[in-house]
Ligand binder design. Structure first.
Ligand SMILES: N[C@@H](CCC(=O)N[C@@H](CS)C(=O)NCC(=O)O)C(=O)O
Length: 349
């Protein structure tokens, strides 16, 4: 079906690669430290690679303070290491600059809507310690287009960011479904969104979470429709440099501490009380009252207590940042395994 037969005429097959401006997060020549934890301690702060500004995930507020789901994850690592979640510096990275920023040592960890794939895990010298958000790629169109299914996108012009799984999945999906499209490839997020809003593309494609974030930031979100099809698996999570297992363990288990805290009904508000009066062995090990789990990670035994008090459990972080942009957790893979989801922490013992 040629829903976009009219629009293809003004697209004229142009593939634009725009907006490759230098960002503060673009890599400089430097040496990545062999021991990331020591380097973080020596400088007194974690350096976290984040995106350039995506509602719900990582965005400076009106005071210039970075806030979001990814930001709370950066803060959780600082809390685990220093007992102080504020000891973080944020480096905005584009999809294209993010891996170089990590490889070069410019950042210690990436918390940036990054999909774990086999090729990234093997050929980029990276490791993906955990999945903190299960996502999938979708499409957004203007409501006025009257499109209700991705199968109607034949002939459409589609805006996409380069250096992403998005770009690759779009090509695979179009080939498999015999859909012709014209890509408009734009590096900077605000420019790709502006191009879509201005009507330079009929559809914008990215992770469904990114679509929800962008839609929520529009003056009238209801003018934009996220189509029902999800064309890929996008397990999002932190990335670290390969070969530094101790730091990868800290990143991995900080996520699991937030998950298991939810499972044990431990929140930012009640963590001290649980520590003082709870008798459940796993809760006491998690919070460092018994055992040496923190020491085993090279941290203080109160590491997880600090994480939970600083950012809350996984459910609290999700509710604070992702529910407001319209992301549902119930009946999604991000639900706890006890609720039919995929979020599952290994034992704290
Ligand atoms: N998950 C995909 C896409 C990541 C991606 O860059 N998504 C866009 C749209 S949600 C984004 O985060 N942009 C933010 C930016 O460019 O600063 C990947 O890892 O390649």
């Amino acid at each position: 079906m040629l829903a976009f037969g009219r629009m293809i005429r003004h697209a004229l097959g142009a593939v634009a690669l725009l907006g490759a401006a230098t960002l503060p997060g673009q890599a400089q020549a430097q040496q990545a430290p062999a021991n990331t934890l020591d380097a973080i301690r020596a400088r007194g702060a974690l350096i976290c690679g984040v995106n350039t500004g995506l509602a719900g995930f990582a965005q400076p507020d009106s005071q210039g303070v970075w806030r979001g789901f990814d930001i709370d994850y950066c803060r959780s690592i600082a809390a685990a290491i220093f007992g102080d979640a504020s000891k973080v510096r944020y480096v905005p990275t584009t999809a294209q600059s993010r891996f170089t920023a990590l490889q070069s040592g410019e950042v210690d960890v990436l918390y940036r809507n990054t999909t774990w794939t086999l090729s990234r895990d093997t050929s980029l010298g990276l490791d993906f310690p955990a999945v903190n958000f299960y996502d999938g790629q979708g499409f957004m169109v203007k409501r006025t287009a009257g499109v209700t299914s991705a199968s109607q996108l034949n002939g459409a012009t589609i805006c996409v960011q380069p250096g992403t799984t998005t770009e690759q999945n779009l090509t695979d999906w179009a080939r498999a479904n015999r859909i012709q499209f014209t890509p408009v490839v734009i590096e900077r997020l605000e420019e790709v969104v502006a191009a879509y809003v201005a009507g330079r593309c009929d559809a914008y494609t990215t992770d469904a979470s990114g679509l929800a974030a962008t839609r929520s930031a529009q003056p009238t979100p209801a003018d934009h429709v996220i189509l029902p099809e999800v064309i890929s698996k996008e397990p999002l999570g932190p990335a670290v440099r390969q070969g530094d297992a101790r730091f990868a363990d800290i990143v991995r288990w900080s996520h699991y501490a937030m998950l298991v805290a939810e499972e044990l009904n431990i929140t930012a508000a009640n963590a001290d009380q649980v520590l003082a009066s709870d008798q459940r062995p796993e809760a006491l090990r998690l919070l460092g009252k018994t055992g040496d789990l923190g020491k085993m990670l090279g941290l203080d035994n109160a590491w997880a207590l600090h994480v939970i008090k600083a950012v809350g459990n996984y459910g609290e972080v999700f509710a604070r940042h992702l529910a407001p942009i319209g992301l549902q957790r119930a009946r999604s893979p991000n639900a706890m395994y006890t609720q039919g989801g995929l979020q599952y922490a290994p034992p704290f013992r």
